[in-house]
Structures are given as structure tokens and as C-alpha cells.
Design a protein around this ligand. Structure first.
Ligand code: ADP
Ligand SMILES: N[C@@H](CCOP(=O)(O)O)C(=O)O
Length: 326
């Protein structure tokens, strides 16, 4: 349940007095999400999303996130647009937290993505990468490859309780990833959390992308690796090459990958699986049972990591050099 901060009606009315959004009709907490508190807000003007930023989001990063959403929306990517107050600011303070209001996006995440969904998300991600070239703000990736070992070290000494031998497996894997991580690939603005719950579909068409709170500057192909890892495995843990090909072809229909990116895809996928294995592992071992923070199973990403370790070339993900070309 992602409502960590309660909002009283009087303080909400006071907060809204800075906007031209009419009268509050209703507001209710949204269960989905992990990081922040989100409310569905209906006013006499329209329906909106009210987000209160919780402790895990650094408030110094908020201008980057809000600025990026505004820039992408203004350049044709469907994503929430931060609503400005009368004084021109989009960020305010509510219930002791930084807060902002966003336009509401219609649609729902694909629970079991089809190859067509995968193609659409690949193309949308490439559009995001292309549009992002013109965005002038910069944010280093706080969860970049160099942050994984310190994150692993900060996990309590109970990693092997999750699975026997896990600590040694992660240690060995980190050494290989660190030694083989690619240098000099094209970089730019990436979403970095393009999971199925963050991409909405309406009537079979991709209607928008949400949740830019891990967005940062990093390797574009690392974003492809994250998305491929999130979208193209089945519930039984098997990789679906049809979906992989669809996602990569969709991406390449907008932005062809360079040869170096294609070659690096297997190691980037190992990194992507490691990043989500570690954040999930940390939460699994540190967040108390019964807490509001939704813990996700780290073993899902351990299985994905093991698959990626067996891959030697991008063709095994469904990549084909002509992919995306008409
Ligand atoms: N602009 C939006 N339009 C429609 N629904 C939204 C919007 N932003 C968030 N939501 C809803 O709120 C949920 C949580 O949002 P998300 O940004 O993923 O939260 P968190 O950052 O806490 O993970 C989403 O799954 C979706 O249901
Ligand atoms: N996608 C991450 C967790 C972050 O959750 P989100 O609700 O912010 O997308 C994971 O699955 O580990």
C-alpha cells in the first residue's frame, strides 16, 4: 500500500488554493506503487494525481524529475504533466512533504504483456531516449554499476537465508560485471525503471509512461537491458524470445542500436538483473514485516540473472540486425 502520509481535507484545500483547479470533489489513496504516496484527486476541473515524495526520494532530485516529465510531455511523449500553480511553480509542500499534482493518464499496466505490448514499449523507450537528448538537466544514476557493491555490503549479514550460497554467488557475479562493464557506449536520459506497472495501455495501444523517479543519465542500452529483463520473462522463469525480438525491433524502429551496444547487451542484462536483485534483497532483509513498504521477491531477479549469465550474444534475446527495418 503506497500511502505513507495521510492528508487532511483542510490542508488539501489550503494546498489547492495555490492552483486554478477548482473545488475538491474527492481524493483517495492509491494502493499501487512503492516509493511515494499517491492520491487520486478529483476536482471540479478534472481528475489528477497528487504525489507526496517520501524519504527515499531526495528532494534535490525533484526539479530534475518534474522538469524531465514536463520536457518529455511537451515534446510528444505521453507522460504525466506536472501542473503549475498560479505562481508558476509545480512543487509545493503538503503534510510536511514535498508534493506535486500531475495530469491523470488513462490506461493500465499490462499484467501479461504480449509481443505487441513489448514492441510498443521498445519503441516508446527509444522515443524517450531520442527526445531526452534535448533535455539540459543532468542527474547521475544513484544506482549505477559502481553503487552495487556498496549496496551489497550494506545488506545485513543474512543474505544466505534468502538462498544458500547467495552471498558468494553475488560476490562472484559482481567481480565479473565490474571487470566487463562496457565503456564509451551512447549515454543520455534513461527511465531506469520501465517495468510493466509503469507503462499504460488503453485499447491495446500504449497510452503513456509514468514513474520517472529513477530517471537519470546513464547508458541508453542499459535502459534496454532493464526493460528486456522486466518484460520478456514468463511466470515460470523462461525467457520469451518472441517478446525479446518484439521489444528490440520496436526499439530499433526508432533508434537503431550501435554494434557496440548489441555486443554489450548480455553483460548489461546481467547488470540490470543485479541492480534489481540487490535493491529487492536490501528491502527484503531490512524492511520490517507489516511495514507499508511493499517488499518484492529478490529471487525473481536471481533467476533472471542466472539466465543472462548463460547468454553470450544478443541473438539469444531475439536481436536481429535487420530488426525494426520495414
Ligand atoms: N499520472 C498518472 N495517471 C494515472 N495514474 C497514475 C499516475 N501516476 C501514478 N498513477 C497511479 O499511481 C500508482 C503509483 O504510481 P508510481 O509513480 O508507480 O508510484 P511509486 O513512485 O510510489 O512507485 C500507479 O501504479 C498508478 O496506478
Ligand atoms: N520496479 C522495481 C521497484 C520500484 O517500484 P515502482 O513501483 O517504483 O516501479 C522492482 O520491481 O524491483
Amino acid at each position: 500500500m503506497a500511502v505513507y502520509t495521510d492528508v487532511g481535507e483542510a490542508e488539501l484545500v489550503e494546498f489547492l488554493s495555490g492552483y486554478d483547479l477548482g473545488q475538491v470533489l474527492s481524493y483517495k489513496g492509491i494502493a499501487e506503487g512503492v516509493e511515494n504516496s499517491n492520491f487520486l484527486l478529483r476536482t471540479s476541473a478534472d481528475t489528477f494525481i497528487l504525489t507526496l515524495y517520501e524519504k527515499r526520494v531526495d528532494r534535490n532530485d525533484l526539479p530534475f524529475f518534474l522538469g524531465l516529465m514536463q520536457y518529455l510531455a511537451e515534446h510528444g511523449l505521453s507522460c504525466p504533466l506536472p501542473v503549475q500553480r498560479r505562481d508558476g511553480e509545480a512543487l509545493g509542500e503538503l503534510a510536511g512533504r514535498p508534493g506535486a499534482i500531475f495530469t491523470f493518464l488513462e490506461g493500465m499496466g499490462a499484467r501479461r504483456p504480449s509481443p505487441a505490448n513489448c514492441r510498443a514499449v521498445g519503441a516508446a523507450m527509444a522515443r524517450l531516449h531520442e527526445i531526452g537528448r534535448g533535455f539540459s538537466m543532468h542527474r547521475a544514476n544513484g544506482l549505477a554499476m559502481t553503487a552495487w557493491r556498496p549496496l551489497f555490503r550494506s545488506c545485513p549479514d543474512r543474505v544466505d537465508e534468502v538462498e544458500a550460497g547467495l552471498s558468494a554467488e553475488i560476490e562472484a557475479e559482481l567481480c565479473e560485471i565490474e571487470a566487463s562493464w562496457p565503456q564509451g557506449l551512447p549515454s543520455g536520459v534513461i527511465h531506469a525503471d520501465l517495468f510493466t506497472d509503469n507503462v499504460f495501455f488503453l485499447n491495446g495501444e500504449l497510452s503513456g509512461i509514468i514513474d520517472f523517479y529513477f530517471a537519470c543519465n546513464d547508458l541508453l542500452a542499459y535502459d534496454i537491458a532493464i526493460t528486456l529483463t522486466a518484460w520478456c520473462f514468463e511466470a515460470d522463469g523462461s525467457f520469451n524470445m518472441t517478446k525479446g525480438a518484439a521489444l528490440l525491433n520496436g526499439y530499433q524502429s526508432v533508434r537503431p542500436m550501435t554494434e557496440a551496444e548489441v555486443e554489450a547487451l548480455p553483460i548489461l542484462c546481467r547488470g540490470a538483473a543485479m541492480r534489481f536483485l540487490l535493491t529487492r534483497l536490501y528491502d527484503w532483509l531490512t524492511v520490517p514485516d507489516g511495514s507499508f513498504v511493499m517488499k518484492k521477491d529478490p529471487r525473481e531477479y536471481l533467476r533472471k540473472l542466472r539466465f543472462h549469465r548463460s547468454v553470450t550474444r544478443a541473438g539469444e534475446y531475439g536481436y536481429s540486425p535487420s530488426g525494426g527495418r520495414a
